[in-house]
Design a protein around this ligand. Structure first.
Ligand code: COA
Length: 379
C-alpha cells in the first residue's frame, strides 16, 4: 500500500469493546472481603483488627455497583484474594493480547476495515503483561498484519487519549493512514483485593479505537478537531512493581506489615481534590483554543473513576449540572477500567448523536496525566 507523503485529517472510524463474562457485584465483593477480615482477625488476636467493608460505602463513594473480571474464583476466595491467571506457554497467545485482539476485531468489523489497510498498532494501557516482545507486536501478528509497526505505551489511566493523539499525529504527518489504538486493561492484576480503601475500584476490559485518515474512513465517523495532553508529577497514585524489585515481588499481602506498594496505592482524597481543577481548566483552555465553549458540546465521555469527580468536571465544562445524557457513566457496571473507561462510555453512547454534534473524550489519572480529544460527528 502506498502512503501519501503529506498528512490528512485524522478521524475515529470505529471503536471496539471486549467485556469479560465474569462479574463481581458489590455484595459478593464485600462478603468475600469481610470473610477475609474475620479470618485475619481470628488468626491475629493481638494485631489491629481489620474493619469490614460495606456495599453502601462503595456505591456512595464511587458510583460502582459491579465490575467485570477475567476470572472471579480466586479473587473472591477469602484465602487467596488475588487473581490466579494461569501462565501460558510462549507458543500460546498471552491473555492481554487475546482480549486486545478481540476489541480490535470488533472495531475493524464496525468500520468494515480490511486488516491489510492498517499501518500500525499502539497498545496503550496501564500495565503490560511483560516487558517484551511488545504486546502490540503480538497483537499485530495475531491480527494477521503482514507489514507496518507496533509498540506499547503506558500513560496509566490516560493511555487511550495519549494513544489517540499519537495515532492522529501519524495521520497528520502522513506517516500512517490507519492506526489501531488498543487498551487491554486487566486491572484485577494490580489491585490489592485485601485493601479496604481500594478493593472496590477496578474492573477488567479491553477497548480499541481505529484512527484513520478522513479519506480512507467509512462515511460515518468522528472527525478529530483537536487533541491535547498534559502531565504533572504526583505520588498520589502509584504502582512500584517493576523489574528491579522482583525479589520483593507480588506475593501475598500481610495487612499487619507495610502496605504493599507493588500493587496499586493512592491517596484518593488528594487525587480527587487536585485532579478535578487541573482537568476542568485543561478542557476549557483546549476548547477555547479551538474556538469552542462548553455549551457547544453535546456530550462528554469522561474518564470513569468516580461519579463525584465527573459531576464536578462536567459542571465546570458545561456550566450546569450534567444529566446522564450529557455525561454518561459506565462506572456502575464496569467500575474504573483505567484507560479504557472513557472509550467504553464513547463506544456505548455515541450512536444517537447527529451529524455535526460535538463531543469530548477526556481521561485523567496517575502521573498525573490527562488528555482531551474533541470530536465532531460526520455522516
Ligand atoms: N467500606 C466502608 N467504609 C470505608 C471503606 C470501605 N470499603 N473504605 C473507606 N471507608 C471509610 C473510611 O474508613 C473513612 O471512614 P472515617 O471517615 O470514619 O475515617 C471513610 O470511609 C472515608 O474514607 P475515604 O478513603 O476518605 O473515602 P472517600 O470519600 O475519599 O472515597 C474514593 C474514596 C477512593 C472513592 C475517593 O477518594 C475517590 O474517588 N478519589 C479519586 C480516586 C481516583 O479517581 N483515582 C484514580 C485512580 S486511576
Amino acid at each position: 500500500m502506498s502512503h501519501s507523503a503529506h498528512g490528512a485529517i485524522p478521524v475515529i472510524s470505529a471503536t471496539g469493546l471486549f467485556t469479560p463474562t465474569d462479574t463481581i457485584s458489590n455484595a459478593e465483593l464485600v462478603a468475600s472481603f469481610n470473610a477475609y477480615a474475620d479470618r485475619y482477625n481470628a488468626a491475629h488476636p493481638d494485631a489491629e483488627p481489620l474493619t469490614h467493608s460495606s456495599v453502601e460505602f462503595v456505591e456512595k463513594a464511587s458510583g460502582i455497583k459491579s465490575r467485570h473480571v477475567m476470572d472471579k474464583t480466586a479473587i473472591l476466595d477469602p484465602d487467596i484474594m488475588e487473581p490466579r491467571y494461569a501462565e501460558r506457554p510462549n507458543d500460546e497467545i498471552s491473555l492481554m493480547a487475546e482480549i486486545g485482539v478481540a476489541a480490535c476485531r470488533d472495531a475493524l468489523a464496525k468500520a468494515g476495515r480490511d486488516i491489510a489497510d492498517v499501518d500500525a498498532v499502539l497498545c496503550a494501557a496501564s500495565n503490560m503483561q511483560r516487558a517484551y516482545p511488545a504486546m502490540a507486536v503480538e497483537i499485530q501478528h495475531e491480527l494477521g498484519m503482514q507489514r507496518g509497526f507496533a509498540f506499547d505505551m503506558n500513560v496509566a489511566c490516560s493511555s487511550a487519549t495519549f494513544g489517540i493523539q499519537t495515532a492522529a499525529d501519524y495521520i497528520r504527518s502522513g506517516n500512517a493512514r490507519s492506526v489501531l489504538v488498543v487498551n487491554p486493561e486487566i486491572t484485577s492484576g494490580h489491585l490489592n483485593w485485601r485493601d479496604r480503601d481500594s478493593h472496590f475500584i477496578f474492573g477488567d476490559v479491553a477497548t480499541a479505537i481505529l484512527v484513520e485518515a478522513k479519506d480512507l474512513a467509512p462515511a460515518q465517523h468522528w472527525e478529530i478537531l483537536g487533541t491535547r495532553l498534559k502531565t504533572q508529577f504526583s505520588n498520589n497514585i502509584r504502582n512500584n512493581f517493576g523489574f528491579l524489585n522482583r525479589a520483593h515481588g507480588n506475593g501475598p499481602v500481610d495487612q499487619s506489615g507495610p502496605r504493599n506498594d507493588k500493587l496499586f496505592v493512592q491517596e484518593g482524597r488528594k487525587v480527587f481534590k487536585e485532579v478535578v481543577p487541573m482537568v476542568g481548566q485543561m478542557i476549557l483552555e483546549h476548547a477555547e483554543s479551538l474556538g469552542l465553549s462548553g455549551s457547544d458540546l453535546r456530550r462528554l465521555w469522561l474518564h470513569q473513576a468516580n461519579t463525584g469527580m465527573n459531576r464536578l468536571i462536567a459542571q465546570k465544562v458545561l456550566g450546569h449540572e450534567a444529566v446522564e445524557d450529557e455525561s454518561p457513566t459506565v462506572l456502575d457496571t464496569y467500575a474504573n477500567t483505567s484507560s479504557a473507561g472513557s472509550i467504553i462510555a464513547f463506544h456505548k453512547h455515541n450512536q444517537d448523536l447527529k451529524a455535526g454534534d460535538l463531543g469530548l473524550i477526556c481521561s485523567f489519572g496517575a502521573g498525573y496525566s490527562a488528555g482531551s480529544v474533541f470530536v465532531r460527528k460526520v455522516g
